[in-house]
Design a binder for this molecule. Structure first.
Ligand code: NI
Length: 196
């Protein structure tokens, strides 16, 4: 997911020797982000069974990819992994990066409604739309150290988490807008594909 107010490019990322988990190796290749209408994006994902080294490596590669994009959230399915985990970082532009990992997340409860203005997605390039979202949510899941998480989110964070958890259920933000608006985007994508 991304918004109009982009984060800095990956090159400007802060490296903190005290916290190795915040250090990003920018020589690591980024992973290709799948885009609509790739059908892979519209399937529900499988729960993560083992938080192992392979998963940790994938988290690192996804983080590089997300910061480079730049984006503020990335679900595994967007890089071709049919598993239920995602990363995000909603820290303000000029502050230090704070990568968050959410594994097997579940929205336990939702409250109220809000309009997320001009929502965007790395898998839906060059398109933005207002999306109706819950105003606050309670999410349960695990972090990358298998610690159970319980996140009470509202406002921007609530929107980001709903957007990313939607990905894990095979749902894109364009599935949540009017069919008229979705049609405009679909026709544009079709035209571009033909023009190649
Ligand atoms: Ni997205």
């Amino acid at each position: 997911m991304y918004y109009r107010f982009h984060m800095k490019n990956g090159e400007n990322n802060t490296v903190n020797p005290e916290k190795p988990e915040t250090n990003r190796n920018f020589h690591t290749a980024t992973i290709e982000i799948l885009t609509y209408p790739n059908k892979f994006l519209s399937q529900p994902t499988q729960p993560v069974k083992n938080i192992d080294g392979e998963l940790q490596n994938m988290i690192e590669r996804m983080a590089v990819t997300m910061y480079q994009a730049p984006g503020i959230g990335l679900a595994a399915i967007q890089v071709g992994i049919n598993q239920s985990f995602l990363i995000y970082d909603v820290s303000p532009q000029d502050s230090e990066r704070s990568l968050q990992v959410l594994i097997n997340p579940r929205i336990v409860s939702k409250e109220g409604t809000t309009i997320s203005e001009e929502e965007g997605c790395l898998s839906v390039p060059d398109f933005r739309a207002d999306v109706k979202r819950a105003a606050s949510i309670l999410v349960e899941g695990f972090d990358r150290n298998e610690k159970p998480l319980r996140i009470e989110a509202e406002g921007f964070l609530a929107v980001v988490l709903q957007h990313e958890i939607d990905h894990l259920n095979g749902i894109l933000f364009i599935d949540r807008i009017s069919s008229l608006k979705r049609g405009i985007y679909k026709r544009r994508v079709k035209k571009n594909l033909k023009g190649r």
